[in-house]
Design a protein around this ligand. Structure first.
Ligand code: WT7
Length: 650
């Protein structure tokens, strides 16, 4: 691990923030002692502990066994029958919450909509009937490629209602990326929109779908929401308008009792190879995990207005904009557009307008807010805020302090939550009324989670020593497999340290047992809080006719955490030029999406390789971040390559 300098800088962080007593007094978990008691109970009898929480929710049929564990395949609530859409909607429609706001939606142009739980029940039921009418059956996969509009939440809940497995592809992905995911998932139907609003412009989602679906033999039909009124191409017999079908649809569709292990969704995430992994999450365990963590971590109350700024195209939006939040009967604010449109104050304006009390965002966003200036939040009433959260990457103490001061007005606790697409829900986090926080640390594992920092042989390392972050036992929300590839699941996550889940993150635990995440130890970059495999970008680059070889690394970036730099050597007859660099950046955007565009392309005659032919990424990382190369270069095949790469730098 080459994170020694990071460890040192983090060690200097000595500030501790005790929970605010007023907050603690009203919190679900009121003290460190209460949290410890939960942790003790969970350690003593994890199955009883999780079963107790599951009992808050509705089950059509009870489970016979809480956990069946055959490493690395877990089944939770075996034999139980439930429905997560029922628990997010119908359960509340039976109570006074029937006419409470479930989703408050703000469109980028300034339009808005409020859907109560009863509205959601009607819309989701109609959509479920529309999908059924299109031939979607329990177990079928439905692709979702949509802007952040209420219809997106409605669609995934409709899938969950009838037992169709949704696979949401973030609207920033290119048509090629969409095609590959839809083919892997073998989707039967794709739900999209004519377009989406972003920074005042229109994202042509339907154009991308048309391009992708031409090469997706399993997709029979496309359901299209009208959002931007853009002119779209239309394929009769395949494309249908959402509003046409919804107008005719029956608004009653009972939620299907589903096996606890019925696959709820597939979400693709980057790994170290070029091929994205279809992370599979199932129904019961995921529901219990996201429900419990939403309550502990966000301290959700019926009076709260909760705003998560993540897109539903990422796991954060699945777990903590839709499922976990609605399962608690809380009100979720959903915003369609960019944080800086029309002005860099949009989030603060939304928080003021709706009286948001809990705000969950990412460090990369916070660093942008800092750059845009404190004058923007200062214009708004943020006094209803009572709790702040972050996720996606380590938060640097400076950003933490700004968030604490300028947004939390030194009153709101901050929950820095560590988790992954694979973990389904939050795993390391403060409880806001119970856990003293240290800026930059996600603090402690949730009750029932056995997490350790180990060396490469799987032995636990001492306090403040860096190592690999692993988990020793299954937890309810964990991924169940990689879609259609259980072998890869085993190999990627459960073989590095025998019998333990390998997170791929480096970490250390301090003398208080707090976890400090040091970043990825594999060839995966974290750009704006989202993982991107270096291999994915490299495959895109070498797919261009001018490129012979490419190596991609992440370098530190003030705003996005990491920025992508690509080292490229060209095929004989091609010449390096700024135009070609631009063309290659565009090529990556086309292949993956513009968020994957390298910040910089460096042309090289050759890439530094070991004698065995492995590209020495560590050296490239040093060059990209402008560091002197330290460490061993004896295995480098041709030292002059390195000197050359440096010389090219002005
Ligand atoms: C990776 C997971 C979970 C939703 C967003 C990202 C990094 C995430 C933290 C945090 C330090 C964090 C890790 C992790 N990460 N949260 N609070 N502190 N690092 O999901 O794309 O699956 O990425 O993000 O490196 O492994 P993802």
């Amino acid at each position: 691990m080459s994170s020694s300098d990071q460890i040192e800088s983090l060690l200097k962080e000595g500030r501790v923030f005790e929970p605010n007593p007023d907050f603690a007094a009203q919190a679900h978990v009121k003290s460190a002692a209460e949290r410890e008691e939960l942790t003790r109970a969970a350690r003593e009898d994890p199955e009883k502990f999780w079963a107790g929480i599951a009992g808050d929710l509705h089950w059509f049929e009870p489970w016979s066994e809480v956990l069946e564990w055959k490493v690395p395949f877990a089944k939770w609530f075996v034999g139980g029958k439930t429905n997560i859409a029922y628990n997010c909607i119908d359960r509340h429609c039976e109570s006074w919450r029937r006419n409470k706001a479930a989703i408050i939606w703000e469109g980028e142009p300034g339009d808005s909509r409020v859907l109560t739980f009863a509205d959601l029940q009607r819309e989701v039921s109609k959509c479920a009937n529309v999908l059924k009418g299109m031939g979607v059956e329990k177990g079928d996969r439905v692709g979702v490629y949509m802007p952040m509009i209420p219809e997106l939440a409605i669609t995934i809940l409709a899938c969950a209602r009838i037992g169709a497995t949704h696979s949401v592809v973030f609207g920033g992905f290119s048509s090629d990326a969409l095609r590959d995911r839809m083919n892997d998932a073998e989707a039967k139907v794709v739900v999209t929109a004519d377009g989406g609003f972003r920074r005042g412009g229109v994202v042509d989602l339907k154009v991308n779908v048309d391009k992708a679906i031409d090469e997706c033999p399993t997709v029979e039909s496309v359901l299209v929401v009208r959002r931007t009124d853009s002119k779209v191409a239309w394929k009769e017999g395949r494309d249908v308008w959402w509003h046409d079908r919804m107008a005719e649809a029956d608004d009653v569709c009972p939620a299907e009792p589903l096996d606890a292990e019925h696959p709820l969704f597939i979400l693709y995430t980057s790994g170290t190879t070029g091929k994205p992994k279809g992370v599979v999450h199932t129904t019961g365990g995921y529901m219990v995990h996201t429900y419990a963590t939403s309550r502990w971590v966000f301290d959700l109350k019926d009076e709260d207005t909760y705003f998560c700024s993540a897109d539903i195209g990422w796991v954060t939006g699945h777990s903590y904009l839709v499922y976990g939040i609605l399962a608690n009967g809380a009100t979720s604010v959903m915003y369609e557009g960019a944080p800086n449109y029309p002005e860099p104050d949009r989030f603060w304006q939304i928080i003021d307008k709706y009286g948001v009390s809990i705000f969950y965002t990412a460090p990369t966003a916070i660093r942008s807010f800092i750059k845009w200036g404190s004058e923007w939040p200062r214009k708004y009433r943020l006094d209803r805020l009572r709790l702040l959260g972050t996720v996606g990457e380590p938060i640097n103490p400076e950003a933490w302090m700004w968030y604490h001061r300028e947004i939390g007005h030194e009153r709101c606790p901050i929950v820095d939550t560590w988790w992954q697409t694979e973990t389904g829900g939050i795993l390391v986090t403060p409880f806001p009324g119970a856990t003293p926080t240290k800026p930059g640390s996600a603090t402690l594992p949730i009750p029932g989670l056995e997490m350790e920092v180990v060396d490469k042989d799987g032995n636990k390392v001492g306090a403040n020593q860096g190592g690999f972050l692993v988990i020793r036992r299954p937890w309810p929300g964990m991924m169940r497999t990689i879609y259609k590839d259980p072998e890869r699941f085993k190999q990627q996550y459960w073989s590095q340290v025998e019998g333990s889940y390998f997170t791929g993150d480096g970490a250390r635990q301090d003398e208080d047992g707090y976890f400090w995440i040091m970043g990825r130890v594999d060839d995966v970059m974290n750009v704006s809080g989202h993982r991107l495999g270096t291999m994915e970008v490299e495959s895109a680059l070498v797919g261009h006719e001018a490129v012979a070889e490419a190596a991609v690394v992440g370098r530190p970036d003030e705003v996005t955490g990491q920025a992508i730099e690509a080292f490229v050597s060209l095929e004989g007859h091609h010449q390096a030029s700024d135009e070609l660099a631009e063309e290659l950046r565009k090529h990556v955007a086309k292949e993956i999406g513009s968020f994957a565009k390298p910040a910089k392309i460096r042309f090289a005659d050759a890439l530094p390789k070991t004698r065995s032919g492995k590209i020495m990424r560590r050296l490239l990382r040093d060059i990209a971040s402008g560091k002197e190369t330290v460490g061993d270069t004896t295995t480098l095949e041709d030292l002059s390559v390195l000197a050359k790469l440096r010389d090219d730098e002005e």
